[in-house]
Design a protein around this ligand. Structure first.
Ligand code: NAD
Length: 479
């Protein structure tokens, strides 16, 4: 039976959560609804004292949580999934307001919580044994302690939960720091989680950009699991080095997509476009460079344009909306910079240049830039918005080299009727997550990581669980 809602639990007051209790702060900041540019609710700005208190509470909670059998930890995670589901509609509305996502797409995120937790409940921590006549060597995996989860704004529930669930399952305690742009859903679900988990096991601190460095500097945080930009990831690693913290860095990408000439253009072009425009391009593994074989280039771009024209851009609750706004002012200005650069360099806008300055709300029409030069900003950098370049190719070795010619290596996709040919090409791409005949769709059952500057370590799958653990190797000799 699902747990029912426990009253009162309101969705319009927001707190930090420390040692099982909600707490306010002297100062507050507010997120902005990106559809209306109206201010949302106040959120407390955590201080160094809040960080110290949360870490101390985490350290107190850690031994008992570490010693709780994994089956019990899984059971509590399952109970939390049910409790979250009881409030799924409230979380969905909140998520729409803080991100502007179209409601059906935001629902994928809230519905994904149960799936994420179920996938993790199926994992087992490995036990490895080497045995001979004189000894047994047993390797087990033990938790690290207090984990700091530093999160971005593009999937506020999925990406924070993707740290909380494996951290708790492996016996760590965790403090979540949501992005200041989207603090609401994470603060709320962690407040809700206090009904399930012992105090100090899962906590949350919201704040401004001073808060992340307080996490990375804290000597008693054992690991930082970070998702965000490459530039901030480097700062996190540098700061964490001072206390030799473990770090997992899930960073940006510049994903290439290679389309072979044998594809069914009408079927594949819309899929490839969705890979670029899903969540208005604000996806680390969004397709960011599309390489189409020259034999079908013209028809393929035309089919993408036809599809893109039909993608309705608008507010969460509008009927038939496929793309919401860009989430925040900083990102909106950044994406506009890519439009301005392409305009200035006289790149070809495949279906006219949209007005990106005129709307109330951070809305941008999906845009395709037709064959800009290799060294253009739109090819070289990650826009993280609904604008994508296409280029033709003819020589496979050359296009693989071009696809790999980036410091990022997060995702990639290859599309071909001849799957063996596509797989052979996919194997040569320098990226952590390569998809054949699909755009990149992370799956919590499989390890997710970036090559090169797209990250260090990774999340999801059993391998992801182990990133929250120390290896403990016991060599036991017979007397
Ligand atoms: P960001 O790097 O600006 O911020 C991420 C988080 O880091 C925020 O919570 C922020 O407050 C915090 N932060 C800022 N400065 C810090 C510091 N010095 N020390 C510690 N923490 C600090 O990233 P963003 O704009 O929120 O997210 C967009 C970026 O994230 C894109 O580049 C995208 O590709 C990447 N991303 C990667 C993945 C992945 O899994 N690889 C997933 C989503 C997003």
């Amino acid at each position: 039976m699902s747990p029912s809602k426990v009253a009162p639990f309101c969705f319009d007051t927001f707190y930090n959560v420390v040692d099982g209790k909600t707490r306010t702060a002297k100062t507050a900041h507010r997120g902005i609804n990106p559809m209306t540019l109206e201010e949302l609710w106040p959120v407390p700005v955590a201080t160094q004292q809040d960080v110290d208190d949360a870490v101390a509470a985490g350290m107190r909670a850690f031994p008992a949580w570490r010693d709780t059998p994994i089956e019990k930890r899984k059971e509590l995670l399952g109970k939390f999934a049910e409790l979250f589901s009881a409030y799924a509609d409230d979380f969905l509305s909140l998520l729409c307001q803080e991100t502007g996502k179209p409601r059906p797409f935001a629902a994928m995120e809230t519905n994904g919580v149960q799936k994420l937790i179920q996938a993790h409940q199926d994992f087992e921590l490995p036990v490895e044994k080497i045995e001979d006549d004189e000894k047994v060597i047993t390797t087990t995996y033990t938790p690290l302690g207090v984990v700091g989860a530093i999160c971005p704004w593009n999937f506020p529930i999925t990406l924070s939960m993707g740290k909380v669930v494996p951290a708790l399952l492996t016996g760590n305690v965790v403090i979540v720091k949501p992005s200041p742009f989207t603090p609401y859903t994470a603060l709320k679900y962690i407040e809700l989680a206090q009904q399930i988990f012992p105090r100090g096991v899962v906590q949350a601190l919201g704040g401004d950009d001073r808060l992340g460095p307080m996490f990375t500097a804290h000597p008693d945080i054992a690991k930082i699991s970070f998702t965000g930009s490459i530039a901030t990831g480097k700062k996190v690693m540098e700061a964490s080095a001072k206390t030799l913290k473990r770090v997992t860095l899930e960073l940006g990408g510049n994903d290439a997509c290679i389309v072979f000439p044998d594809v069914d253009v009408a079927k594949v072009a819309p899929e490839v476009a969705m890979g670029a425009f899903f969540n208005s391009g604000q996806v680390c593994v969004a397709t960011k460079r599309i390489y189409i074989h020259e034999k079908i280039y013209k028809d393929f771009v035309a089919a993408m344009v036809e599809f893109a024209k039909k993608l309705k851009v608008g507010a969460s609750d509008e009927e038939g909306v496929m793309l919401g706004p860009v989430q925040n002012a900083m990102q909106y200005e950044r994406v506009k910079g890519f439009f301005a650069d392409s305009k200035e360099k006289n790149h070809t806008f495949a279906h006219g240049e949209p007005d990106v300055a005129g709307s109330k709300g951070y809305f941008i029409q999906p845009t395709i830039i037709d064959n800009p030069p290799h060294d253009s900003r739109i090819i070289q950098e990650e826009p993280f918005g609904p604008i994508v370049p296409t280029q033709p190719w003819s020589d496979l070795d050359e296009i693989i080299q071009r696809a790999n010619n980036t410091k990022a290596g997060l995702g990639a996709s290859v599309w071909a009727k001849d799957v063996a040919q596509a797989e052979a090409c996919a194997k040569r791409l320098e990226a952590g997550n390569v998809f054949v005949n699909s755009y990149v769709k992370p799956n919590p059952k499989a390890f997710f990581s970036g090559h090169k500057e797209s990250g260090i370590g990774g999340e999801y799958g059993t391998k992801g669980l182990l990133s929250y653990c120390n290896a403990h190797v016991m060599h036991s000799y017979k007397l």
